[in-house]
Design a protein. Structure first.
Length: 82
């Protein structure tokens, strides 16, 4: 899936989810991939990517659940496109 595959539609992101959204978007190149395709995000990359976004280390646990929800949904979408 590439950005060209994503429809050019605007979506609203609630302010409470904005940090998680920015981090998830920045992690877009950090997918672990196996023989069956994407298997999940490389969580080892979360702290340095969050840091580059200006997030404090203590903020990561606050957004981690949201990251996992988005990751699960993204994996569903990727598996449907096979």
């Amino acid at each position: 899936m590439t950005k060209a595959d994503i429809p050019d539609v605007e979506y609203e992101v609630w302010p409470d989810n904005w940090s998680a959204f920015l981090l998830f978007e920045a992690m877009s190149t950090q997918w672990r991939v196996g023989m069956v395709g994407a298997t999940g995000l490389d969580y080892n990359a979360l702290p340095p990517v969050a840091s580059m976004l200006g997030m404090k280390r203590r903020e990561i646990p606050e957004v981690f659940h949201d990251i996992r929800v988005m990751e699960a949904e993204a994996m569903l979408v990727m598996s449907e496109s096979k």
